[in-house]
Design a protein around this ligand. Sequence first.
Ligand SMILES: [Zn+2]
Length: 201
Amino acid sequence: MQMLYPFVDSIQQYSEAISDPDRYRPDHCPQCEAKQPLTGHGFYCRTLVDLGFDGVIRVRRYLCLLCRRTVSLLPEFALPWLRFSLTVMALFLAARLLRGCTLAAATAAASQTAMPYQRGQFWIRRFRTQAPALSLALAPLAAPVTAPDFVARALHMLESIGWIAAHRYLLADLRMHLLGWPAFLAPDGRVAALRSAAPSA
Ligand SMILES: [Zn+2]
């Protein structure tokens, strides 16, 4: 299961901050609610594309000694299971869906001119599907929005709240993925096999 590493806004800051396992060590298990600090469990590597960055980052992992499940701390500008940063996607989606830019202009707005257009279309498709749920979920954080449809409403809310702040709230409080969990992690970002293996009582 993934949690967000708070308060870092650049990859450089993040890389320095994660070298200390105690800095944001979870003080309890979010999966079994064991009330004891989790044990450091090394790192895994994942790819990330951000503005001016295309490479591999380390993600710190912790282990719950009670339920034996791991928790990893993603930087909050990254989305679980998607390679591109939230910052890049936000620039693209706002350009395309809010300001009506062409696909090419939207990829340029996100500084990703080499990106295949299918990737942007994939984000748009997922965002459209997710927009009604986002509009509802973000309502407590945003001023009322008058918009012609859910896509515009969700975009206005995200722009006013801030995409990263919204992502933090959705994931931490609601276990909701900004672009929707893939089937194998639906409905709440946990691997289904683990969930069904957990005691039902
Ligand atoms: Zn646990």
